[in-house]
Design a protein around this ligand. Structure first.
Ligand code: GLP
Length: 252
């Protein structure tokens, strides 16, 4: 694990965007693993700015998303497809034919099979990742096992509560989602990870400090990833004592 401590969350996003852009410069048809939530928005905005300044061309990439809510169609503004189109796919000119995300209103078993068929044959070059308040990555909720592949999950009440800020009220938050499994995330060649805010402190401590790798806190599995870069602003990093295996760098 490589921890890069930055001056601000905005600097984290800019550095993470540059790292992602470098991969695409070397491989213009790279497969990018995408995350949703408010955390990666500044990273996606920076990639869009880089493309409009002519510094990078992302129009040839393909994308695969971590997850989607079951029950939300792609034109629902809380669906993750809608999010991806708004912040990333449409501004960059990436056609939906190269976008792999579960369809929230199709048969879940068929969608899981479709996503796994694609994922089994296409290694992710770089996975963008962040974490939920309870340590979930994608929608892999705290539990007793690490799942390997795409699967159906029942969302915990704490996740529904945390994500309800984006919905009218909690009754509108779907109860289930399809998510990439932990195995799929761990098979990504590279992980670019962002977190920010006090609410993520417990999850980040579990990931970066000495301690067990446990499905009770799914993000702890990242301790075993061979190429995971975590960007944290100095405010959040101040309360964390990184374990010996973590290589720490201060951004200039
Ligand atoms: C959702 C997504 C996660 C994301 C989390 C955190 O639950 N499934 O992939 O990490 O939200 O969201 P935010 O960045 O808004 O805190």
């Amino acid at each position: 694990m490589h921890l890069i401590i930055t001056d601000s969350y905005q600097q984290s996003a800019v550095l993470a965007a540059r790292q992602t852009a470098d991969i695409v410069k070397r491989n213009p048809t790279a497969l990018l693993g995408m995350a949703t939530g408010t955390t990666p928005i500044p990273l996606y905005e920076e990639l869009c700015r880089m493309q409009s300044r002519g510094e990078i061309d992302l129009s040839g990439i393909s994308t695969i998303n971590l997850d989607e809510y079951v029950g939300l169609a792609g034109d629902d503004e809380n669906s993750y497809l809608y999010f991806m189109r708004k912040y990333f796919l449409d501004p960059l000119g990436i056609p939906l034919s190269r976008v792999y995300i579960p369809n929230g209103v199709a048969n879940p078993a068929a969608e899981i099979a479709r996503m796994n068929d694609f994922a089994d044959q296409h290694p992710i070059d770089v996975q963008i990742l962040s974490v939920g308040e309870n340590g979930h990555i994608g929608f892999n909720e705290p539990g007793d096992v690490f799942y390997d592949k795409f699967h159906l999950v029942k969302l915990t009440e704490s996740t529904r509560q945390a994500n309800s800020r984006l919905f009218q009220d909690i009754s509108q938050v779907p109860a289930r989602a399809i998510t990439m499994g932990i195995g799929g995330i761990m098979r990504a060649r590279k992980i670019v990870f962002l977190a920010n805010g006090e609410k993520k402190l417990a999850a980040m401590k579990a990931m970066l400090e000495e301690g067990d790798v446990t499905p009770k806190n799914q993000g702890t599995i990242l301790k075993f990833h061979q190429d995971c870069t975590i960007y944290l602003d100095k405010e959040l990093a101040a309360s964390i004592q990184p374990a010996r295996h973590v290589q720490v760098t201060y951004a200039k």
